[in-house]
Every structure is written in structure tokens, then in C-alpha cells.
Design a protein around this ligand. Structure first.
Ligand SMILES: [Zn+2]
Length: 155
């Protein structure tokens, strides 16, 4: 288990490059609440190699985050695509000959997750109400009650 996160540093000592291509369950992120959740598989691919005294990991990460729509609060899925990440680890910090990517992935994905999303691909049904609220602060009580909105009535 967990082999998908491991980089065998000892096998890279002579300039080899380890190809990384994995898709893992999002459970290890331990991020699953109302504000931000991950249910979709997490794909990461790239390569790892040694440069002088460092392990260099070069990765793309792809998954989907779930968070409330910024307008109506409906739980909405948003793609999370991170390209060309570099993660550099000094070799002396890797005692066992194996480096585990899990912590790096967890921190990066949770940190880079989107903070704003709008449901229905950017046309939240509640947007109209919000617009009305924002654009007509002077609207009368009556207008609000009968539900009609006259965008140009003040022109
Ligand atoms: Zn919405």
C-alpha cells in the first residue's frame, strides 16, 4: 500500500529519472467538510531526479474540488489543475532512501484549492437576484414584493 506516493531515491543516484504517473483516491487529503471537499480521484504525473544534493520532483496535478457556490452556497465542483510544480527536497532530509510525496501533495492541493466557484458553470440561478440587489439599492419595497425588476426604470 501507498507505493504510489513513493519515490525510490536510491535508484536515481546515477542520473536516472523516475517517471511518475498515478491516480489515487482523495481520502489521504483528509479534507472533506462543507467549505472544501475532495471526492474525485487525484491524478499526478511528472518525473523525479537528483540534481546535486537535492531530489527534484516535477509534477502536474489534476483533480476536482467541491466547495459552496459563492452566490447561492450550493455545493459545486471546480477543477483543480496545477501544472509544472517543482518540489525540491535536500537529500540529507531523506533518511530512508524512499521519499513519500503524500505530504507535499496534500499541502499543495489543499492550499491551491479554489476559494470561489459559481455553480451551473458560472451562471448561478441566484445571480439575477444578487444583481438586482447590487444594482438597485434604491428599489422600492413594492418592487421587491411583486418580484418585478425594471433595469432601466431610472433612466
Ligand atoms: Zn449558485
Amino acid at each position: 500500500m501507498e507505493d504510489e506516493f513513493k519515490i525510490h531515491v536510491d535508484r536515481l543516484r546515477h542520473g536516472e529519472m523516475e517517471k511518475i504517473r498515478e491516480t489515487v483516491d482523495p481520502g489521504f487529503l483528509e479534507q472533506n467538510d462543507e467549505e472544501l471537499a475532495f471526492n474525485a480521484p487525484i491524478s499526478f504525473h511528472g518525473e523525479a531526479y537528483l540534481a546535486e544534493q537535492d531530489l527534484v520532483v516535477h509534477l502536474d496535478i489534476e483533480t476536482k474540488a467541491k466547495l459552496p457556490c459563492s452566490i447561492c452556497n450550493e455545493l459545486t465542483e471546480a477543477p483543480l489543475i496545477l501544472k509544472g510544480l517543482y518540489h525540491i527536497v535536500p537529500m540529507h532530509e531523506i533518511k530512508t532512501g524512499v521519499y513519500n510525496l503524500k505530504e507535499f501533495l496534500r499541502e499543495t492541493i489543499v492550499l491551491e484549492a479554489p476559494h470561489f466557484v459559481e455553480c451551473h458553470g458560472g451562471s448561478c440561478p441566484k445571480r439575477k437576484e444578487l444583481k438586482r440587489y447590487l444594482k438597485s439599492p434604491g428599489s422600492t419595497k413594492k418592487e421587491e414584493e411583486d418580484g418585478t425588476y425594471h433595469p432601466f426604470s431610472e433612466l
